[in-house]
Design a protein around this ligand. Structure first.
Ligand SMILES: [Zn+2]
Length: 486
């Protein structure tokens, strides 16, 4: 008995020691470069240029019949007026009538070019919510240290900040060694097939191979990540796949006064219930796991201990993270029923019931494996399972050991030194996937500060950017271009 107690005490001692050792050696992954030199910017003129760009409603419409060609032509003219050096010294090409590709040729053709992306189009403002805006959505109002309007965050700030940075560097007579492409699509909000996809195809036909691509995607989160007091700059190193599946059941119909035991509505409902009861597994893996390897060392002691010892605490942490929809989506392939219809009249049995579920698929899985899993879970030959035509595979994961990731992490630390940097998984989709054939290194980041309340402004009401953040975006792109020269 005594020996048993002694063994138990020894084992507990070893366990505690090992937990503590792992925690104290769970070292920070943050870089400490010198801060970027301050730019001499004319804040007022810069804010006015972004404001003017917001005033042009370059809306992408879902319907194929609505087009906004005139809006984009005006936008191109505005860019030409606003950035004279860019338009005098870079090569500009219009791709597929409305997208733009600028080439700033570097002195050293042996270096692979880089490509900075943004999109010109914005989502519409629905008439019901228009009056809820503090300032009209296409006013480009400059108030309270902010620039207001649709596109201020997504994605005109990025587009104009890239051009401001290049214009500034041109005026400084900066000459890049490495060729720099600026690629601005016009239909990101409806899939990018006519814009980014066509620009990428143009470059592929020229046999261009890129060192890296930088797109929008993640931001600097303030007060959102649990367990850290500093803001967290997240670099999207991968994005989830996309698939919608239709589930349908057919029945004979007839009068509802003599119902059969089985009904099309009941059948489809049961299929949805089975899917809800058996979600895809939640695991701390891939970019989400790596994110915590970067954030963990910066956390308070108890949280740090947990993340330093995932071998023991992973199930506990995963189940906790799965409780919030935001973090749950980074742990597993998610599935959401989005459409359900059946029936035409209250006393008529439906001949058909139909539901659509939308899946967002984890890197490492595929649309095919997700579809198979759905079929297996439903396990009902009377349900027809049909994938809908839009299928986007999960992206590859950009290596965090790649020089491109390190370069971006360093640039963020130089221009947003208050933030810690971490890789992460994007649960939505960006235009960057169209460039997957041109580089292994796709990075998704724009340095605007987002609080929990700000997340609703994306595609929502009161979209805005602070002038301080916008100036930082310009500083960031300028420093990134400087850092990318070797
Ligand atoms: Zn966007």
């Amino acid at each position: 008995m005594k020996r048993l107690a002694l063994t138990l005490t020894t084992l507990t001692g070893i366990l505690i020691a090992s937990l503590v050792i792992r925690t104290v050696t769970f070292n920070s992954r943050q870089l400490h470069p010198p801060p970027a030199p301050a730019l001499r910017l004319d804040d007022d003129a810069i804010a006015k240029r972004l404001s003017a760009a917001i005033k042009l409603p370059t809306v992408s419409f879902e319907s194929a019949t609505a087009s906004n060609a005139e809006g984009f032509t005006k936008f191109h003219a505005l860019l030409a007026d606003s950035f004279p050096q860019v338009h005098a010294q870079l090569t500009k090409e219009t791709i597929n009538d409305q997208s733009l590709l600028y080439t700033w040729t570097g002195k050293d053709p042996t270096l692979k070019p880089i490509l900075l992306m943004a999109h010109m189009d914005v989502v519409p403002v629905d008439s019901a919510s228009e009056k809820l805006w503090s300032h009209p959505p296409y006013s480009g109002q400059l108030t309270d240290g902010h620039i207001w309007g649709r596109g201020a965050m997504d994605d005109k700030a990025s587009l104009l900040a890239i051009l401001e940075a290049v214009e500034y560097l041109l005026l400084e007579r900066f000459q890049p060694k490495r060729t720099i492409y600026l690629a601005f699509g016009h239909d990101e909000e409806i899939g990018g097939n006519n814009g980014a996809a066509k620009i990428a195809a143009t470059l592929a036909a020229r046999n261009v191979h890129l060192e890296y691509v930088l797109d929008e995607g993640m931001n600097i989160l303030s007060g959102i990540v649990d367990g850290v007091t500093t803001p967290v700059a997240l670099i999207g190193v991968a994005e989830k796949g996309y698939l919608s599946i239709e589930l349908s059941a057919h029945a004979e119909g007839g009068h509802s006064s003599i119902p059969p035991n089985e009904n099309a509505i009941g059948r489809v409902s049961r299929a949805l219930q089975r899917l809800e009861a058996a979600p895809f597994p939640a695991k701390l893996r891939g970019p989400t796991r790596t994110m915590f390897e970067f954030i963990g060392p910066e956390m308070s002691w108890t949280k740090k201990l947990a993340f330093a010892n995932l071998w023991l605490f992973e199930p506990l942490i995963a189940s906790q993270l799965a409780r919030s929809p935001l973090t749950n989506a980074t742990l597993r392939t998610t599935l959401a029923p989005t459409i359900f219809n059946a029936g035409v009249k209250d006393n008529v049995l439906p001949t058909q019931a139909r539901a659509v579920i939308n899946l967002r698929i984890m890197p490492g899985e595929s649309t095919a494996s997700a579809l198979q899993q759905v079929r297996k879970t439903i396990d009902d030959p009377k349900i027809t399972v049909t994938p809908l035509p839009v299928r986007i595979e999960p992206s590859a994961v950009t290596e965090i050991e790649s020089p491109s990731f390190k370069l971006l992490a360093r640039t963020i630390r130089q221009t947003a030194p208050e933030a810690i940097v971490a890789p992460s998984l994007l649960v939505g989709a960006t235009d960057s996937r169209h460039y997957a054939g041109l580089t292994k290194n796709i990075l998704r980041f724009l340095p605007i500060t987002i609080t929990a309340a700000d997340t609703k402004r994306y595609h929502g009401i009161d979209e805005r950017i602070s002038i301080a953040d916008y100036l930082r975006c310009i500083n960031f792109y300028s420093q990134l271009i400087r850092n990318s020269q070797s």
